[in-house]
Design a protein. Structure first.
Length: 160
C-alpha cells in the first residue's frame, strides 16, 4: 500500500501542471519539483497552501509523506492532505485514505479510509477504487455501510 501511495504521490507532483492552467507561483513550484529542487518547491508551495490552495496543500503532503526537501513527517503530511481533501482534491483524498488505512500520522481508521477512497474513486482515481476494495477486506459489513453513508453525506469545504 505504501509503495502504491508513493508512486501515486510522485505522479501527482510530476503531472500536476499538465491539465490545469496554473498561476505563476504554483507552476514555479511544480517546475522546482521537476528539477528536484524540493527546498524551493516548499518555499513556493507553503504560502499558497497556507492561503488555502488545495493543489499546494496536496503537494506539501506529498513532500512530507516522502521526505522530499523536508523531514519525513506523516503527521504533517496528513495535515496537508486533510486540508486539500476537505476541499475535494481527489489525490489528497486518496492519500489521506491511505494514511488512515495504514495508521500513518493518524489513528488507523478503516471507516475513514474507506470514505476517503470512495470520494477519490468517484472522481476517477482508479487506484482509490483498488485501495477501497483492499480496505474492505479488513472491515465488517456494518463498518462498510457506515463508510458508504459518510461518503454519500460528505460535502467539500470551499476555502479558496
Amino acid at each position: 500500500m505504501r509503495t502504491l501511495r508513493c508512486v501515486l504521490l510522485a505522479l501527482l507532483l510530476l503531472l500536476s501542471g499538465s491539465s490545469i492552467a496554473f498561476g505563476g507561483a504554483f507552476q514555479d513550484g511544480v517546475d522546482a519539483v521537476k528539477k528536484g529542487d524540493y527546498e524551493m518547491a516548499r518555499i513556493i508551495f507553503l504560502p499558497l497552501a497556507e492561503q488555502g490552495d488545495a493543489r499546494a496543500q496536496c503537494n506539501l503532503g506529498v513532500m512530507y509523506d516522502n521526505g522530499l526537501g523536508v523531514p519525513k513527517d506523516y503527521k504533517e503530511a496528513s495535515k496537508w492532505f486533510r486540508l486539500a481533501a476537505e476541499q475535494g482534491d481527489p489525490y489528497a483524498q486518496h492519500n489521506l485514505g491511505g494514511m488512515y488505512d495504514q495508521g500513518d500520522g493518524v489513528v488507523q481508521n478503516h471507516v475513514l479510509a474507506h470514505m476517503w477512497f470512495t470520494l477519490s474513486g468517484s472522481q476517477g482515481i482508479e487506484n482509490a477504487v483498488y485501495s477501497r476494495r483492499k480496505c474492505e477486506e479488513k472491515m465488517s459489513p456494518a463498518q462498510i455501510d457506515k463508510a458508504r453513508e459518510m461518503a454519500v453525506n460528505w460535502k467539500p469545504k470551499n476555502l479558496v
